[in-house]
Design a protein around this ligand. Structure first.
Ligand SMILES: *Cc1c(COP(=O)(O)O)cnc(C)c1O
Length: 461
């Protein structure tokens, strides 16, 4: 537990235990003050206008682009940033713009993905591409292995059909982290070798959903050059909401096709004839209309907070791993007086290592007679104690089903019972969702202790 974190803790701490950082992070008081001070000091105009307030704003936006790139250890010569309304909007942009070749392209995604990543499949199929879900755990090994030498390296031959592989750097369900060296392995054909249908000569691109990962870990795009990366900034520092980014590796940019043109995206067009010429810079082409410029300005103060408090993201990773590891061991060994386990934790990592496991625990509570207590009941009891948790499947049905042991038989039973996602927490005695504790840069040992005391007080018989 690092004392240096204490002075920055704001008022939310008084009487509250916030454990839903995977839902959103918490903004710091100083971040908000500095942001509003800068709004009061300056006039910020529409960056497209070309007047003094506009030029000031345009320059600030450029600075923020560089700050974001530097945060991910890269530069504008390697990556472009397209500001979006969030990670989901970035994922949808890739879905709708990717160069799918009908009948040939493949969209492959891990079972453990956010809904917004799985949904790309619909766009791919609509364009005539194939899609495949890589399932736990049988499909994982081939990606981990270095592909054989016969594999052709991902060529840059634009004529070959392109395939896309999407996976999360960190799962939002139970915080499992996936190897970033998959990015290289996939380029070298690791997935092509997995799917017999696929022509191994084709080029694979990687979409890394980093929305959960980057809130508490360092993403080094210099070392792990994913082609497309999606983030939401409120997950890192809490404010502002409604802004995220799609980072595109410049080498992969030609794979995004632009159809619609909107304000700010064209060099020239004719209103009455079918003629238009799009701007050449990637972000100018894809950021349609007026960008959320005041929100982009606010990002600057968010990044400043993160750097002031953490020094480097690795400090946060290690600090939080200590906390989550402590909590995992405590909960995992908690028993009722008859020796039965009180907490069932959903994990494939056993919290052995911060490179495999983020600061999240997904679990359910059981009574002494082995009955599951629904996550809704746990959440409402916690709420009365001002403990902020999240319950359900967290927009990740793949991980939820796998970790909770909901196989196809059980899924059938659940569907027959008329279940609608989020409505029931227990169906025929088994849980269909979990409780999630997730930590962030502001979390302290007091948070995890107070949560552990709460579980002991209410649920240990
Ligand atoms: C939160 C999250 C998303 C979606 O982010 P939005 O801000 O809701 O668009 C996608 N993937 C992961 C892993 C997430 O944690």
């Amino acid at each position: 537990y690092n004392k240096q974190f204490q002075p920055y803790i704001v008022n939310y701490k008084s009487g509250h235990t916030f454990l839903d950082f995977a839902g959103c992070s918490i903004y710091s008081s100083r971040q908000i003050t500095e942001y509003t001070e800068s709004l009061k000091r300056n006039v910020y105009g529409n960056p497209h206008s070309g007047n003094p307030s506009s030029d000031l704003m345009a320059a600030e936006v450029e600075k923020v682009r560089n700050t974001v790139l530097a945060f991910f250890n890269t530069t504008s010569s390697e990556y472009s940033i397209i500001f979006t309304s969030g990670a989901t909007a970035g994922l949808k942009l890739v879905a709708q713009s990717f160069d799918w070749t009908p009948g040939k392209s493949m969209y492959a995604y891990l079972e453990d993905n956010h809904t917004s990543v799985v949904g790309i499949r619909e766009a791919a199929i609509d364009k005539g591409a194939h899609s495949v879900c890589l399932r736990f755990p049988k499909h994982f090994k081939p990606i981990l292995l270095r592909p054989s030498n016969q594999m052709k390296m991902g060529g840059d031959n634009q004529a070959e059909p392109s395939h896309l592989f999407a996976y999360p750097a960190q799962s939002n369900f139970a915080g499992r982290k996936y190897p970033l060296n998959w990015i290289q392995n996939v380029k070298k054909g690791a997935i092509g070798s997995l799917l017999s249908k696929t022509d191994v000569k084709s080029t694979w691109f990687t979409l890394l959903d980093a929305a959960a990962f980057v809130a508490t870990s360092n993403l080094d795009l210099g070392e792990y050059p994913a082609d497309f990366v999606t983030v939401s900034f409120y997950k890192i520092f809490g404010f502002p909401t409604g802004i995220g980014a799609l980072l595109v590796r410049n080498k992969a940019a030609p794979k995004l096709d632009k159809i619609y043109f909107g304000g700010g995206t064209t060099q020239v067009y004719l209103p009455s004839k079918n003629y238009s010429l799009l701007k050449t810079k990637l972000h100018e082409k894809f950021e349609e209309g007026t960008i959320a410029f005041l929100d982009i300005l606010a990002l600057r103060h968010g990044f400043a907070t993160i750097s002031r408090i953490t020094g480097h993201m690795e400090n946060i990773t290690n600090h939080l791993f200590n906390l989550i590891h402590w909590l995992y061991n405590k909960l995992n060994t908690l028993t009722h007086k008859n020796g039965e386990k009180c907490i069932v934790i959903y994990t494939t990592t056993r919290y052995s290592n911060p490179t495999l496991q983020g600061a999240t625990i997904a679990f359910n509570v059981r009574s002494m007679d082995g009955r599951y207590i629904g996550y809704k009941e746990v959440l409402s009891t916690a709420s009365k104690e001002n403990i902020h948790l999240r319950g359900g499947c967290f927009c990740n049905a793949g991980s939820c089903n796998y970790l909770l042991g909901i196989d196809d038989d059980k899924l059938n039973q659940i569907q027959k019972s008329g279940y609608v996602c989020g409505e029931a927490d227990i169906v025929n005695g088994f849980p269909v969702g979990a409780v999630r504790v997730s930590l962030g840069y502001m979390s302290t040992i007091d948070d995890v202790i107070s949560f552990f005391q709460f579980i002991k007080r209410y649920y240990v018989q």
